[in-house]
Design a protein around this ligand. Structure first.
Ligand SMILES: [Zn+2]
Length: 150
């Protein structure tokens, strides 16, 4: 790009050095052509530098983004073990929820499928045998810890 500017500058110098008669028809045409070339190379130089800036900016945004992606992925993996996985009976989508929401004994907790809205897990069914069993299976790590199994 700098080379182009140098060559146009050389052309301008050549015109002056060869003492091209700028009053003649040919001289006027040549002068106009060199002037256009100067404007064009200047414009291209501006484009080049702003594109360079843009490239650097996109690069830094890309770096920030991948950093952010890494953070999000790390969090996903870290939390994976803590989540309870349930298959939705309606649409068979897999629903994940945080077992911590079950810690509140006083309120009934219902987990609904984000896909179809069906209730996939509820703490309301403590009295009915079926729901109770399902619940025990899901929170089995807790029941084994408290010694019910042994
Ligand atoms: Zn569903």
């Amino acid at each position: 790009m700098k080379d182009l500017r140098k060559r146009v500058a050389y052309l301008r110098g050549l015109m002056d050095g060869l003492q091209v008669n700028t009053a003649s028809n040919e001289g006027r045409v040549l002068g106009e052509v060199v002037s256009i070339l100067e404007d064009m190379s200047d414009g291209m130089m501006d484009l080049y530098s702003s594109q360079d800036e843009l490239e650097k900016y996109v690069e830094s945004v890309d770096e920030d983004l991948s950093e952010l992606e890494d953070q999000v992925n790390d969090e996903d993996f870290a939390d994976d073990d803590d989540y309870i996985e349930v298959e939705c009976p309606q649409c068979h989508d897999t629903v994940y929820f945080d077992p911590e929401i079950l810690d509140d004994d006083d309120t009934v907790v219902e987990v609904t499928c984000p896909n179809c809205g069906a209730v996939v897990f509820s703490t309301a069914g403590d009295d009915s045998g079926g729901a109770g069993e399902g619940q025990e299976a899901l929170v089995s790590s807790k029941t084994t810890e408290s010694g019910i199994e042994s």
